[in-house]
Write a protein that binds this ligand. Structure first.
Ligand code: 3H9
Length: 699
C-alpha cells in the first residue's frame, strides 16, 4: 500500500512498504528555495525519527531534477535552513538515501545528489557546477564531494568551466553509480527497493578521501592568476577544492566562507543580471503573440553574412534557399556554408551523421523567382540603399502573400526600404552579427508599419536559432552600432591626444574586453570604417571633432588590418606587434594639428571610453530605440564582447552612479563640449537618485 503525505507545498513523502520516496515539485526547475530546503530537511528528519523505511529515494517532478539554488534569493537576507546544512543532514541520515536524477542536475541540484549515498542517472541527464557563470562557486559541498568521488582535476574542470557533463561521462568518472532509462518515480521505486534489499551499494561521499594532487591545484592557481585577474570566485574555487583534503566540517567551512565572500562581489551582481537579462529580453508582449509559419527561409547574398545566416538556419533545421546573382558568388556561398557546417561538426555542435541531411536542406539558386514559396526572406547584400530598394521591389512581386521580407542591414532606414513595397506590414529588420552562425545576438528591428505577428515571428526565429533576440527601433545603427559609432570616437580622441593605440587596447583588455578597439578594428578590416567615414563625410556635423585622421591615413597606405598583414599592429608569423609606421603617422598627424601629446592613465582611458558608451546607451533608452536598459546590456554582452561579469554598459553605469557620471561628463565637456553632453535621462537620475535598474523594473 502506498501512502503519500505532504511535508509542505513543494515536498511530499510517499511510502511503499519498506521504502520511502521524497518528491520535490517546484516548477519550473525545482530550484532549492527556502521551502524546498525546509521541506527536504523535515522529510529526512521525520523518516529517520519514524525509523520505518529501509531506504529513501529523492527524485523530482517535471522536466528536470533540481537545477540549483534559487537564484532569485541571491542578494537578499539568507533564510534558514542553509543548503549545506540540509545536505549534511541527508549525508548523515541513518537510512540510506539514493538520488534519482533526470534532466539537468546543476549547482545545488547536483550537490544534493552528491550528499546522497548513491546516485542514479536517467538517460539524458546532465550534471554540472555552473556557479562560476554567476560569479560564484559551488557553495553546498560541490568543491568537497566532487574531488572525493572523481579527483581534483575533474572537480577543478567542472567548477571552473561550469560545463554540463553528460551522464555517460559522469558514470565513467564515478559521479553517478548507475545510468538507466525510465520515468523518475518508477526508477526511484526500483532503486530504493534495491537499496533496501542491499543490491545497490551505498556510502557517504564525505567518508572518502580526496586523492592528493597538489600539482593540479598549483598549476591551476598559477594559470588563473595570469588569465582571470577579475574573477574572484575562480581563485576561491582552487582554495575550496584544496580544502577537500580536510575533514568534511573544516572543508565545508572554507567553501562556505568563499561562497559568502563571492556573493558580495560586483561580478556576482553583473553575472546574475546577465542570467536574468538573457531571459527577460524576449519576455515582452510583442514576442509572445501569434506567429507566422517558419519552415522555408530564403537568403539573398552568399557573402560572409548571407552564408553565416544560411548556416544558422540550416543548423536549426530550416529549409534554406540561397540566392545569388552570379554563378561565382553562388559557388563561394555554398563553399562557405559547407565549411561552416563542417566546422560545426568539428566543434561538436552537429553530429557527423547529420551533416549531409543538413546540407541537403540547402537549395542554391540564381533566380529570385525561386523565393516565391518561402515563409521568410532575409536579404544580406551590400549596404547600399538603392540596391536594397531594388531587391525589395522585386521581392514584393515574387513572394507569396504573408511572407516576411527581412533585411539584415546594419544601419539603413528600414522604413524607407519597407516603403518601396505594397506590404510594409510584412517588412522587418533582422540584424545578425558576424559570424552569424556563431554570434548569439539578433537585433529585431521594428519599422513603423510592421504587423504584430511579424515581430513575434522574428522572436520565434531567434529562439529557433538559439539566439538572443533583442527588439530595436529604427535609427542609424539601431542599438549596438549606433552606440559603437559614438564611443569608438573616444578611442580615436585618446590616441590623438597622447595615448598609444596599444595603451588604449591594454587598458580596455584590463577592464575585461577580450580585445581592445584597435585590435578589433584590425580584425574586422579597417576599410569598413573608412568606407563609412567617406559615406558620411558630406553630412558630418562641422562642429564635431573629426576622429578618423589616423585611420584614414593607415587605409590610404593599403593597410586594412589583419587581412593585409598590417594596420595598428603588424601580423607576422603568428606574432602581433605594434606597427611602428602607424605610430609615425600618429606623430605626424599630431604635429600637423598642433597637438602636444599628454599622458593618460589606464583608469582615465577606461573611464572616458565607458562614459562615452553609457552616454549613447542612455540616449538609446531615452528615445525608445531600446525599450529597457537591459536590452542594451544584452546587445553588448551577446554582440560586442562586453565582459559578462560587468553585466552590460548600463548595469555597469549603475555601479558608478548617475551623479558621478554627470560630473565626469561635465569635466570632459570642458575640453570638447560638442561631444560630451549629458543625456537628459542621466541628468534626471542624478537629480532624483534613480538608476537604470529601476527602469528595468518598470519595464
Ligand atoms: C547554486 O546552485 C549555488 C549552490 O552551489 C550553493 C547555494 C548555497 N533559480 O533557462 P530557462 C528559471 S547557484 C531560479 O528558460 P531551459 C529561469 O529564470 C545555481 N530560477 O529554461 C526561467 O524563468 P522564467 C546554479 C531559475 O529549459 C525558468 O526557470 N544553477 C533557476 O532553457 C526556465 O529557465 C544554475 O546556474 C534557478 N536556479 O534551461 C542553473 N534556473 O520562465 C541555471 C532557471 O520566469 N539554470 N530558473 O524566465 C539553467 O542553466 C537553465 O535554466 C536550465 C533550464 C538548464 C536549468
Amino acid at each position: 500500500m502506498a501512502a503519500t503525505r505532504k511535508v509542505n507545498d513543494l515536498i511530499s513523502i510517499e511510502e511503499i512498504g519498506a521504502i520511502a520516496l521524497i518528491c520535490i515539485d517546484n516548477p519550473p526547475v525545482n530550484a532549492t528555495g527556502q521551502a524546498v530546503r525546509q521541506g527536504l530537511q523535515e522529510a529526512i528528519e521525520t523518516l529517520n525519527s519514524e525509523g520505518k523505511a529501509k531506504a529513501i529515494a529523492v527524485y523530482a517532478a517535471g522536466r528536470t531534477f533540481v537545477a540549483g539554488a534559487d537564484i532569485r534569493e541571491f542578494g537578499k537576507p539568507p533564510m534558514p535552513p542553509a543548503l549545506p546544512d540540509v545536505f549534511n543532514i541527508i549525508e548523515d541520515s541513518a537510512i540510506p538515501v539514493v538520488a534519482v536524477m533526470h534532466g539537468t542536475a546543476l549547482g545545488g541540484g547536483f550537490e544534493l545528489g552528491l550528499s546522497c549515498h548513491a546516485r542514479v542517472g536517467i538517460e539524458g541527464l546532465k550534471v554540472g557546477l555552473p556557479e562560476i557563470n554567476l560569479g560564484l562557486l559551488p557553495g553546498a559541498g560541490g568543491t568537497q564531494r566532487v574531488p572525493r568521488l572523481a579527483g581534483i582535476p575533474m572537480a577543478l574542470d567542472m567548477a571552473l568551466s561550469g560545463r554540463q557533463v553528460s551522464a555517460k561521462e559522469a558514470l565513467e568518472k564515478g559521479l553517478i553509480d548507475r545510468l538507466v532509462a525510465g520515468e523518475p518515480r518508477e526508477v526511484a521505486v526500483q532503486v530504493a527497493e534495491e537499496v533496501a534489499a542491499g543490491k545497490l551499494a551505498t556510502r557517504r561521499t564525505c567518508d572518502l578521501n580526496t586523492p592528493k594532487d597538489d600539482k593540479a591545484l598549483d598549476d591551476t592557481a598559477a594559470m588563473l592568476k595570469k588569465t582571470q585577474a577579475h574573477m574572484y570566485s575562480c581563485h576561491k574555487i582552487v582554495e575550496a577544492v584544496r580544502a577537500s583534503y580536510l575533514p568534511r566540517t573544516e572543508g565545508l567551512k572554507i567553501e562556505r566562507q568563499a561562497f559568502i565572500d563571492s556573493m558580495q562581489t560586483p561580478q556576482r551582481a553583473g553575472m546574475i543580471h546577465a542570467f536574468f537579462g538573457e531571459r527577460a529580453v524576449s519576455n515582452i508582449p510583442e514576442a509572445k503573440g501569434p506567429t507566422r509559419p517558419l519552415e522555408k527561409v530564403g537568403v539573398i547574398g552568399g557573402g560572409t553574412m548571407g552564408s553565416g545566416i544560411a548556416t544558422a538556419c540550416l543548423l536549426a533545421g530550416l529549409q534554406v534557399r540561397l540566392v545569388e546573382v552570379a554563378e561565382e558568388g553562388l559557388k563561394r556561398g555554398i563553399a562557405t556554408i559547407t565549411k561552416n557546417i563542417d566546422g560545426a561538426v568539428q566543434r561538436g555542435k552537429l553530429k557527423a551523421e547529420k551533416r549531409d541531411a543538413v546540407l541537403g536542406a540547402l537549395t542554391p539558386s540564381l533566380n529570385m523567382g525561386d523565393l516565391a514559396d518561402v515563409d521568410l526572406v532575409i536579404e544580406a547584400v551590400f549596404e547600399q540603399m538603392d540596391v536594397k530598394k531594388d531587391i525589395f521591389t522585386k521581392l514584393d512581386g515574387i513572394c507569396k502573400d504573408g511572407a516576411i521580407l527581412a533585411s539584415n542591414t546594419s544601419y539603413l532606414d528600414i522604413n524607407e526600404i519597407a516603403a518601396v513595397t505594397k506590404r510594409p506590414q510584412d517588412v522587418l529588420g533582422l540584424h545578425f552579427f558576424s559570424p552569424a552562425h556563431v554570434m548569439r545576438l539578433l537585433e529585431i528591428v521594428v519599422p513603423d508599419k510592421t504587423a504584430a505577428d511579424v515581430v513575434a515571428t522574428g522572436f520565434a526565429l531567434a529562439k529557433k536559432l538559439g539566439k538572443v533576440g533583442v527588439r530595436a527601433g529604427v535609427c542609424d545603427g539601431f542599438i549596438g552600432n549606433r552606440i559603437l559609432a559614438h564611443y569608438s570616437k573616444t578611442a580615436s580622441y585618446l590616441v590623438l591626444d597622447g595615448a598609444s593605440p596599444m595603451q588604449v587596447d591594454n587598458a580596455l583588455e584590463g577592464f575585461g574586453f577580450a580585445m581592445g578597439p584597435h585590435k578589433v578594428g584590425d580584425l574586422a578590416g579597417l576599410d569598413i570604417g573608412w568606407m563609412t567615414r567617406k559615406r558620411k563625410a558630406a553630412t558630418r556635423d562641422p562642429a564635431e571633432r573629426y576622429a578618423g585622421d589616423v585611420a584614414d591615413k593607415i587605409c590610404e597606405n593599403g593597410w586594412f588590418g589583419r587581412k593585409s598583414g598590417r594596420g595598428y599592429y603588424v601580423y607576422e608569423g603568428g606574432a602581433t606587434v605594434p606597427n611602428e609606421e602607424t605610430l609615425a603617422i600618429l606623430d605626424q598627424v599630431r604635429a600637423e594639428k598642433g597637438i602636444s601629446p599628454r599622458s593618460f592613465t589606464d583608469e582615465d582611458i577606461v573611464d572616458r571610453y565607458m562614459t562615452a558608451m553609457i552616454v549613447e546607451a542612455a540616449r538609446v533608452v531615452e528615445d525608445g530605440t531600446a525599450r529597457r536598459p537591459l536590452d542594451v546590456d544584452m546587445v553588448f554582452l551577446f554582440g560586442y564582447g562586453f565582459p559578462r561579469f560587468r553585466g552590460g554598459p548600463l548595469h555597469y553605469a549603475d555601479t558608478i552612479g548617475a551623479k558621478a557620471l554627470v560630473e565626469r561628463i561635465e569635466a570632459y565637456a570642458k575640453e570638447d563640449p560638442h561631444y560630451w553632453q549629458v543625456p537628459a535621462i542621466l541628468a534626471r537620475m542624478a537629480k532624483d537618485g534613480g538608476t537604470f535598474a529601476d527602469l528595468n523594473k518598470e519595464g
